[in-house]
Ligand binder design. Structure first.
Ligand SMILES: [Fe+2]
Ligand SMILES: [Fe+2]
Length: 251
């Protein structure tokens, strides 16, 4: 992508970040982004970060990008076989999304309670779901140790960097959720409710958003840019070495 294109993208982003996103501005953004292919866009995003733009400011662009890419996931699914590195990652995302629905439900129940003795079952379920969500660690490690380095080797460093950042902030909240679940007996219940609410809402919103971006942007980009089948076979071996999650479907 030439510098001029990157420049106009930066200008557009600054306007998107300045305040209200009007329908006109959104339309302009959609037109601009639909003329750029995902890899080019990744490279442009990366250049903007290198030039000093805060990664958070790219969020708006992500939103617009997502709308355009809404059918990307189906395309990806049609291009991979069962057991492919990306196939397993997508299926794990489906499971994680189920856990997030459960967590939403559990948190809702807890927020209605006045004391822990009102519904001990729901507290038990909180610990169970916190453990399941933490057990996604090998999923994130396969991304960080196998997938991201292959993208970086091909010059795509911006998106993996943002994804890694999100993994780290999610890890923090996942641990907080589990700690809260373990402290039920010793902690003031209102305080506990507030802690659970904060961590749960953070995880639910941000992990869903993270999964969406990977399914619709990062994985399609990976399939486009890593063309050699041998590389995927080798990545599969390295994924096996990292390991899987208790909820990974049979491969
Ligand atoms: Fe991820
Ligand atoms: Fe993921």
């Amino acid at each position: 992508m030439d510098d001029k294109k990157v420049e106009s993208l930066a200008y557009l982003l600054n306007r998107l970040n300045q305040g209200k996103v009007t329908p006109e501005l959104r339309k302009e953004a959609m037109e601009m982004v639909s003329n750029i292919d995902p890899i080019e866009l990744s490279l442009a995003e990366q250049k903007l970060i290198e030039d000093g733009m805060e990664p958070e400011k790219l969020r708006h662009l992500c939103d617009v990008h997502m709308e355009i890419l809404s059918d990307e996931l189906d395309k990806v699914k049609n291009h991979i076989f069962e057991g492919h590195v990306i196939d397993t990652l997508i299926k794990e995302h489906d499971k994680i999304k189920e856990f997030l629905f459960d967590l939403e439900d559990i948190n809702f129940g807890i927020q209605l309670m006045k004391s822990k003795d009102e519904n001990p079952m729901v507290i038990e379920r909180l610990l169970e779901i916190a453990n399941l969500i933490l057990d996604a660690e090998n999923h994130h490690l396969r991304e960080e140790n196998v997938l991201f380095p292959e993208l970086e080797k091909r010059g795509i460093t911006g998106p993996p960097r943002i994804m890694k950042m999100e993994h780290d902030s999610l890890r923090l909240r996942k641990r907080k959720l589990k700690e809260a679940a373990l402290k039920v007996d010793e902690m003031d219940f209102d305080l506990l409710k507030a802690e659970v609410d904060e961590a749960a809402k953070y995880i639910i919103f941000n992990l869903r958003d993270h999964i969406y971006k990977e399914n619709h942007i990062l994985y399609p980009t990976a399939l486009d840019s890593i063309a050699d089948k041998e590389v995927w076979n080798d990545m599969k071996v390295r994924c096996d070495q990292v390991g899987y999650c208790s909820f990974t479907p049979e491969r």
